[in-house]
Design a protein around this ligand. Structure first.
Ligand code: DCC
Length: 179
């Protein structure tokens, strides 16, 4: 299954690049676009035909993305599926790692859906790391529609991991040096 171009092989190339990007996070300027987590990432990968294709930029306090959901993400007619909205929040949280310079993954994610996310409307998502407690990163995000109404919020706990987490499957052997 995992041949030369299989998932494990691709991860081996992507993870060091990401780790290097994160290590240089102090060099990411406000307004600068951030590279995707992987070319095939369901949230931000440009090569994933079923992905959201989120494009995130660094802000003064965190990260931001303006995103419109399309028909492929519909749940109830005309409204984005809640899972697709959760994906958008989770992916943006992944970009927030640029502000702390650590590899980490989602341990828990909670979404508040204040109003429907309608298809083909631009929503502004903003996320930041609210607190760091050892390996735990506590993150918060909000999303607004183009009229300025807050339509959603999210809280997540990410836990820092080492690069091996992404190449060694689900084993708990990828811890980073600072754990
Ligand atoms: C390729 C490019 C890269 C890109 C990198 C970025 C990619 C982002 C992509 C978007 C986000 C994703 O999709 S991420 C993919 C979805 N998530 C995952 O697959 C994660 C699956 N889960 C795991 O692998 C594991 O559970 C870990 C690594 C998260 C944690 O396991 P562990 O290493 O054994 O750690 P564990 O001891 O359980 O917990 C560590 C600490 O966190 C605390 N903790 C645990 N759960 C919680 C919780 N719900 N709320 C508060 N705190 C918690 C524990 O008490 C402990 O505190 P203390 O005792 O230390 O004080």
């Amino acid at each position: 299954m995992d041949g030369h171009d299989g998932p494990a092989s691709r991860a081996e190339g992507v993870v060091p690049r990401w780790a290097a990007h994160l290590a240089g996070q102090g060099n990411v300027e406000v307004g600068q676009a951030l590279p995707p987590h992987s070319p095939d990432c369901a949230g931000c990968g440009p090569d994933n035909p079923a992905g959201l294709h989120i494009r995130a930029v660094r802000t003064a306090s965190g990260v931001e993305a303006v995103h419109s959901f399309v028909a492929a993400q519909v749940g109830a007619p005309g409204i984005a599926h809640g899972g697709a909205v959760a994906l958008a929040f989770d992916d943006l949280f992944g970009f927030s790692l640029y502000t702390v310079g650590s590899l980490a993954v989602t341990r828990s994610l909670a979404i508040e859906y204040h109003a429907p996310f309608r298809l083909h409307r631009p929503y502004t998502f903003r996320a930041h790391v609210a607190k760091r407690e050892g390996r735990r990163l506590l993150l918060h995000a909000d999303a607004w529609d183009d009229a300025g109404q807050k339509v959603g919020s999210a809280e997540a706990t990410f836990v820092t991991v080492g690069p091996g987490h992404f190449t060694a499957g689900t084993q708990k052997n990828g811890r980073s040096q600072d754990q």
